[in-house]
Every structure is written in C-alpha cells, then in structure tokens.
Design a protein. Structure first.
Lengths: 771, 158
C-alpha cells in the first residue's frame, strides 16, 4: 500500500484536540516571570533608569558583556548595525526593551515593571520612508548615512535604449502598508536551569531552534553545549518566530544568573508593537511593452522601511533583496534595472513574513500587466499568455533558475473554472444595474525550498539550506526519524511519515518524527521559505532508501535470497514472486539481537542518515477572484476565489490545501484589512486586535482549489513548497479585481490594504478630476 | 492586590476550590489554579476567542471574566469534551476534516462550536458562519473549521 498522495488525518491532532498539547506558556508552572520595561518613545536619549530598591532590575549595565545582535551580509552595499540586548544610551523605537524585572508571578512582574521609571530625552523620530530619506534627516544609526542599511542595484546592458524604443511605457507607484504576521500564540520562553548539569533548557515558541541556540550562545559567550533549545507546540509563526530576539537572550541569562526557571510570555500588545513587522514597502515601477503586449523591460525602485534594526539571521536585506531578485516572477524578461533599498526608521524592526516581499511585488507586477493590457486593448489573459515563461528550466534575468512548472496551464485552467467570457457578460449586465463587479487575475511563480546556494547568492554570512535526517529502527521495528527542521502547524510529522513509509515499505503509524529539540535532533534550519517538505522531505527519502537497503540485506540473509530479489511492503520483506517472507519487526529484532549473522549491516545497525541541500524549486499558481464593490460604502465583497496551484507531487493533499487556505486568507487580509499604523510620533495606533484587523470567518469566502502536478526533477520527492503561495498570489488578484470593478470610474488600485475609506477617497478624487 | 478570595466552582464536572486574587481572570484560574492549560490565551482583550470556555453552557471569553465571577458556576473546558478515549463529535470532525493546523485556536473554536450546536443543533450555514466569526484562526483560513463544524452538526443530529 502506498501512503503518498493520500489525505491521511494528522498524527499531530488528537493531542491538540484534547487540550493536551504543550505550548511554551503551558510549561511555566513554578517559573519566575520576566517582564520588560519598554521604551514609551520612538527616539531619544536615555537619561536614567530608576527603580525602587525593592525592585531588582536587569539593565544593560547588569548584563555586562552580553553581546549585541549584529546580523551580517557579506556585501559592500550593506551596513551592519548592532542591536543591544537591552537599550542603553539611546532608544530607537516604541517598545524597545530597556530593562527587565523578575517576580514570582506574571501579574507581580507586570506590577514591578510599572515601577521602573525611565527618563528619556525624546527627539523627533523618523517614522516614514519619506522622513527617513529626506535630506538632512536625523540618522537612526550614525554609521548608516541617509538611513540606508542596504542599497542593492541590478542592471542589464540595454535598459535605457529599450525604454526609448518601447511602444508603451506603463509607470506607477505601488505602496504596501506595514503588516504583522500575528501568530495566535505570541512569543514565549521558559528557560529552566538544571543545577545538576549547569545547563539551561530553553523552551521557546520558535521556528528555528538550532540557530536560536547558536545565536543565544554567541550573545552570552557560552558553548552551545550549555544550552538546549526545545520548540514545544508552536502556535503559528509565519516568519515572525524565525529571528533571534533580545527577550530570549535575557531569559537564558536570568535562568543562569539566578539558577532558576524563568518565563517570559509575550502579551498581544507587545506582540503587535515590539515583535516584528513586515511589508512596509513602496515600489516605483516602469514597464516597457511592444505593440503586441510583449514585456520588454522593467525599471524598479524598491524601498523597504525596515525599522530600527536588522533581524538575525535573515537581515534587513531579506525584503529588498527578495524583491530585487524575484521581481520578474513568472514572466520572460530580458532587460531589467532595479534599485532596492532597506531604509532604517524609528519603528519596530522588520522580519520575514509569509511570502517575503513577493505579495507586494506580485501585486505590483500583476497591476502592471493589467494596466498594459488596458492600454493596448488586450484581454488580461492574452497579455499574460504572451509573456509567461513556457520553456523550462528557465534562467531569469537575475540568474534564478526556474524548474519545470505550469505557468500558462494554471492560468488557462483557472480562467476555465471561472468562465471568463461568461463573467464579462454578467459584469456588463450588473453595471447596467449599478452593481460593480470585478475580476482579478494573479499569476506567480514562487521559489520554494531554497538550499544554501540561494542564500549564498544573497551573500548571507549565515546560509541556511541543508536539512539532515537521522533514522533509527528500534528492536521492535518502530522507526524514529529525527529531523533538523522544526514544524509549527504544517503537519510535517504526518507528511514526512508518509514519505518514509513508502520509501521503506512500512506504515506511517510505525514512524515517529522527532523534531524541535537540539538535544535530540541533528543541526538543521527549521521551517520557513516553504522549505521543510522539500528539503527535510528530500532528506527523509534519501535516508529511508538506505534504511530499506539495510532491511533488504538482513532479509536476504534470513530468507537465503539475493538482496536484489527482496521487496519490502506493508511492514513485510519477501522474496519477489514468492510467498517467502519475514516481518520487518522480526528483521529489526534479529539485526540487534543476532548481529553476528549480519556482518554487512554491523557497522551502521538499523540506522541511516542523509543530508539534502537542493538549489530550490518553483511552485506556481493562478488565483482568480470575483468581487463586488459597493461604491456607497467602499465595501469589497469577495464572491468567488479560485486557486489553481501547482506544488508538484502532493504528499498529503489535505494538508496542501490547508496551507493554501491559510495563505490565501492572509493574502486577502493583506489586500483588504490589515495595517500597522503609526502616528507622527512613532506611536502605534493599532496595538490591539480590535484595531489591527485580522479577518474572521465572516470576511473570508469559500475557496475553490484545483491542483496541477508538474513532477520536477529539482526535488527528489517531486514535491514543491506550498507554505507561502497563497499569501503571495492573493493580494494581486484582489487588487486587480477591485480595479476592474472600479474601471468605469477611472479608479485603479496601487496600494494595499485597500480599505473602504481609501476606496471612497479614490472615487471622490476621480469624480473631482472628471469635473 | 493580595487579598485573595476563595471560590468554589465546577470544572468539567469536578468540584474545584481555589484561592485567587480578585483580579485573576477565569482563564488564568483555569490554567494556573486548576492546571487546565488546554484553554489558551491569544490576546487577553476579548477579540481572538482562543480562551473560549462554556460557563453554564454559554460560550464565554475566559480572559474577560474574573475568576470570582465564576463562584458556584458550572464551567466546561476542552479537557472535558472527550469521553475517555472517545472524542466528542466536534473533535472527531476537526480531526477528519483538517480543522486545525497549529492547534492554538482549536480549544476556543471547539468550545464555541459546542455552545452553538447545543443551543441550536439545526443552525443554518449563514448563521453558523456568523456565530463562528466570534473567534480568530490564523492558519486555516476558516475553510476546514466551517466544514468540520457542519460535519459535526450533522453527526450530532443523528
């Protein structure tokens, strides 16, 4: 029986459904609690930190020589800035941790933190891109002139001439509001000191436990062996839980200093103001087209407001450099010029958030295609048909190699599902009735599962990439798979078991995937960049093939048959074409307890390990949505949302669809609802979930998902990553649909989120212009 | 804040006598005094609904209710849903239909749905959608939560 391709219910679920899953905060029983005193102002000089004598306060001075967080890129256009674990001398954003107190309960710690008096000489902050880039603007970091932390450029040889000769040039500025990933579980740490060994076990809500251990050990100047990092159940991450944060360093430091268990449980206000943000971007885009709608050249000026510091390990280059490298997306392009800057401001730092820049650049590129189509009198499908890459592998203008995909096929399939021609007729009828319907298309290619070469190309000093998997079968025939990656809701324990089961010939129920514990798993990078199924899954398949060979060897000996004649299936090894066989659990027992009979596997025993570090593979999809816009209220209602996704081979279709569902919902949220808003003083006005509008079931429509399965050779399992695609594609489809609906009013949308207020404002402006 | 009060209430059919500060929320009392950490805290300001429990069979945000207000009340949490090894039809439906990913919002959604379906087993989909929009989920896009609750409703009507 084969397991890959089946919608197997998840092994993760029974525990979670009964409230028995242990998230980090659930481990805080008996801990002492940390609470941070944070900066109430966005920019200024710290004059004093005073606390009553009965409030023992941890400040930068108390931490002593704990090192700052200083993420690096090996490129001359990057300025590395160091983030102190606790601010001293200066504060650079509202919410920056300045001091910490410790108490026996969380409530008492909160009381004590309020008694810490912080005197700051406030200065006028730089909050927006324009403020930060203005000539003579105050500098967030003295070493970064023009507040520019990265300034990357790319240019092919003939861009200017191509624009000069172009039939049409489409040009606009596209803006994305600042957004937050908002995992439902905020960040949390429980650091437990063990007096017997002197070690600390840090349980933390993290996506990358191994690198977190490296980062904390480096900051504290201790060997990594003195620290164990465990990610228990993690309540969502979406990138926000990738980065090393000062709070975790302080928690481990305090556990060691006070020889106790210390907990820090972030509250939602801290999460919305002082965790990481993303997508605060402005793109100026010019596209040159020929008379047939062929895209000839792109010229892009990409500005990313990256906040006060650079995140570790991705750095503040993650958004600008992703935008620079991946702007052309699924389209053929010869001439390309881009400048991508990461601009510092007195705001919360940026970190990767599901999709990283691509929700924004895809929205901008897809708006460009629709604008060019309208200008040239082409159908939006037709202009894409003429420009989508159809031959693979394709090396993009920036040197990125796209493996086999189905860019055009996915679009044609989605257009058939929505019956594009029929919609146009319905749209005409509706317009006559004063109802404003719009259809929006979004086509994209998503780089997934990038290995170390991709990160080396970005010139990261730390290049995440490989994943290692270690398999061990115990004498009862039960298999343990220890993986370096670290899932947090993706169902990896189930999908990896399906992959391993098929490769060995056992059942997933006999496999336990062990993850997220630096004491129990090989060094690995965790879950981000739509990588875990591709890379950890690839390593599982490679290791499982070795394990099967070992079992075949043992079986050949027992059954007195040639190893090449042994098949393993459904937990049984047998001689092909006969009924002569032996159970895998009997093989396991024999391999351990009668090892003298099997000299060929004596050295490894029933263990196998493999490392996989691929170049990466491109998923692709087409999203088409139909919306209705109420021009009296500005309300956008999504009538229909269709996704045709090609994520290669589907290991567990149910889990794949779940990833697309959640991704699209976040993309719709990015397009219509969510925005972190700062006032001029750098104070966050959206510090609660009543202000930062995460959509509910009432706002997210039913999603229709269809699959294509291009079997790529770029991934040993044939599977492509699927974690981010939904979020990448959805904003473009929604913005194109709203623009299509409002086309009769001369309104086009070049910003996200596009809120009812903004729609009404744009309609008013268009009316004024028309008069 | 140190004047603690004794309160007596029933959680999942079991009597609990706990001593809490007046400011302690019901959620914190369940998690810390009763050791029932299945009730999760996602925002502590009454928006996300991760902490939803049933008080006298009504879905309640346990982060917005003081523990002392639960004096004498009958409280139900996710830990009390299954009957031994047998999952509640809602738990089973969430498992069958992939109604959860990271699982953090799940206890709140389960208790909300139990409250809704016990009151109105035949609730129509539009009203159900509206009622379930009380809580937030960040992973599933709500698709399979709705599917799971509809499936459980059909099962519970049998």
């Amino acid at each position: 029986m084969k397991w890959v391709g089946r919608p197997l219910p998840r092994y993760e679920d029974p525990v979670l459904l009964q409230g028995r899953g242990r998230y980090t905060a659930d481990l805080a029983q008996g801990a002492r609690f940390l609470r941070f005193a944070r900066s109430p102002v966005a920019r200024g000089r710290i004059l004093a930190v005073n606390a009553p004598p009965e409030v023992p306060t941890i400040t930068a001075a108390v931490l002593g020589d704990v090192k700052p967080i200083c993420p690096r890129l090996d490129r001359p256009d990057y300025v590395a800035v160091a983030q102190p674990i606790l601010a001293h001398e200066r504060v650079t954003y509202v919410g920056e941790p300045i001091a910490a107190v410790i108490a026996d309960t969380a409530a008492e710690a909160e009381d004590l933190a309020e008694q810490v008096a912080i005197e700051i000489e406030a200065e006028t902050p730089v909050v927006t891109l324009d403020q930060a880039l203005a000539p003579g603007a105050p500098l967030v970091h003295e070493i970064a002139s023009r507040n520019t932390l990265i300034d990357a450029r790319f240019e092919t040889s003939d861009v200017s001439a191509t624009f000069a000769a172009a039939h049409q040039i489409v040009e606009f500025t596209f803006t994305s509001g600042r957004q937050s990933a908002v995992p439902l579980e905020a960040r949390a740490a429980v650091a437990a000191f063990d007096a017997a060994t002197g070690r600390v076990t840090l349980s933390a809500s993290t996506q990358m436990p191994h690198l977190l251990r490296t980062g904390i050990a480096d900051a504290l100047g201790i060997p990594e062996a003195e620290l164990r990092v465990v990610a228990p159940e993690v309540g969502g991450g979406f990138g926000q839980k990738m980065a090393l944060i000062p709070e975790y360093v302080v928690a481990v430091w305090a556990a060691r200093r006070f020889a106790c268990t210390v907990a820090w449980i972030e509250d939602r206000l801290e999460n919305l103001t002082a965790s990481f943000h993303a997508r605060d971007q402005r793109l100026h885009l010019r596209g040159a087209f020929d008379a047939d709608g062929g895209l000839l050249a792109i010229d892009a000026d990409i500005l990313c407001n990256v906040g006060a510091y650079s995140n570790f390990p991705a750095t503040c280059g993650v958004e600008p450099l992703m935008a620079l490298a991946d702007m052309p997306g699924p389209y053929r392009l010869r001439e390309y010029r881009a400048r991508a800057r990461g601009v510092a401001s007195n705001t919360c730092p940026m970190a990767p958030y599901r999709g990283v820049s691509r929700p924004v650049i895809t929205a901008a590129m897809e708006r460009l295609m629709d604008c060019a189509a309208a200008r040239l009198g082409l159908d939006p499908l037709e202009i894409r048909r003429r420009n989508l890459t159809a031959e693979f592998p394709h090396t993009s203008v920036t040197g990125v190699v796209q493996d086999a995909g189905s860019y055009r096929e996915a679009m044609e399939a989605a257009a058939r599902v929505v019956d594009f021609a029929q919609f146009r007729a319905r749209q005409q009828t509706a317009r006559a009735d004063g109802r404003w319907l719009g259809l929006g298309i979004s086509v994209f290619a998503e780089r997934t599962g990038p290995g170390s070469p991709a990160f080396a190309a970005r010139r990261m000093v730390i290049t995440p990439g490989f994943e290692r998997v270690e398999l061990a079968m115990d004498p009862s025939g039960f298999l343990e798979a220890r993986i370096g990656s670290s899932p947090h809701g993706q169902g990896l324990r189930t999908t990896l078991a399906q992959l391993i089961a098929d490769e060995i010939g056992i059942t997933p129920a006999e496999i336990r995937v062990v993850a997220s514990d630096t004491d129990r798993t090989p060094y690995g990078w965790g879950t981000f960049a739509s990588r875990s199924l591709v890379i950890a899954g690839g390593a599982c398949k490679l290791a499982a093939a070795m394990m099967r060979e070992r079992l075949q060897t043992v079986a050949g000996q027992i059954l007195e048959a040639a190893v090449s004649d042994i098949e393993v299936s459904d937990g049984r090894a047998f001689v092909r074409g006969t009924d002569l066989g032996v159970e895998v659990r009997q093989l396991a027992r024999a391999a351990y307890h009668q090892s003298h009979r099997f000299p060929a596997v004596a050295e490894t025993g029933l263990a196998a390990a493999a490392t996989y570090d691929p170049y990466g593979t491109f998923s692709n999809a087409c999203h088409i949505t139909i919306v209705a816009v109420d021009i009296a209220t500005g309300q956008v209602t999504i009538e229909r949302f269709v996704v045709v996704e090609d994520a290669g081979r589907l290991i567990n279709p149910m889990i794949v669809e779940g990833q697309i569902h959640g991704g699209v919902a976040q993309g719709i949220a990015n397009a219509l609802f969510e925005q972190v808003v700062y006032d001029d003083g750098g104070n966050i006005l959206t510090g609660s979930l009543a202000d930062y509008l995460v959509p509910t079931m009432a706002e997210i429509p039913g999603l229709e998902i269809h699959h294509l399965e291009t079997l790529t050779e770029a991934s040993v399992t044939g599977a492509k990553g699927v974690g981010e695609g939904g979020t990448i594609g959805a904003p473009a489809a929604v913005l194109n649909a709203v623009s299509d609906a409002l086309a009769p009013f001369g309104v086009g949308i070049f910003e996200m989120p596009i809120t009812p207020q903004r729609i009404l404002q744009l309609l008013r402006e268009a009316r004024c212009k028309a008069q | 804040m140190s004047d603690k009060q004794d309160i007596t209430f029933t959680v999942n059919g079991e009597k609990h006598v706990i001593r809490v500060e007046p400011r302690r929320s019901l959620a914190d009392a369940l998690r810390e005094n009763c050791g029932l950490t299945g009730t999760h805290l996602g925002c502590e300001h009454g928006v996300c609904g991760a902490c939803t429990v049933l008080v006298e069979d009504q879905p309640v945000r346990s982060c917005l209710m003081f523990a002392v207000q639960a004096e004498g009340a009958r409280v139900r949490t996710v830990e009390g849903l299954a009957a031994g090894d047998k999952l509640h039809p809602l738990q089973q439906a969430f498992w069958d239909h992939h109604g959860l990913q990271c699982g953090f919002c799940t206890p709140g959604f389960l208790m909300l749905a139990v409250g809704i379906l016990e009151r109105d087993p035949g609730i129509a989909e539009p009203e159900l959608r509206e009622a379930l929009s009380s809580n937030l989920c960040r992973c599933t896009g709500y698709q399979n939560i709705l599917k799971s609750v509809l499936a459980a409703a059909a099962e519970m009507r049998k």
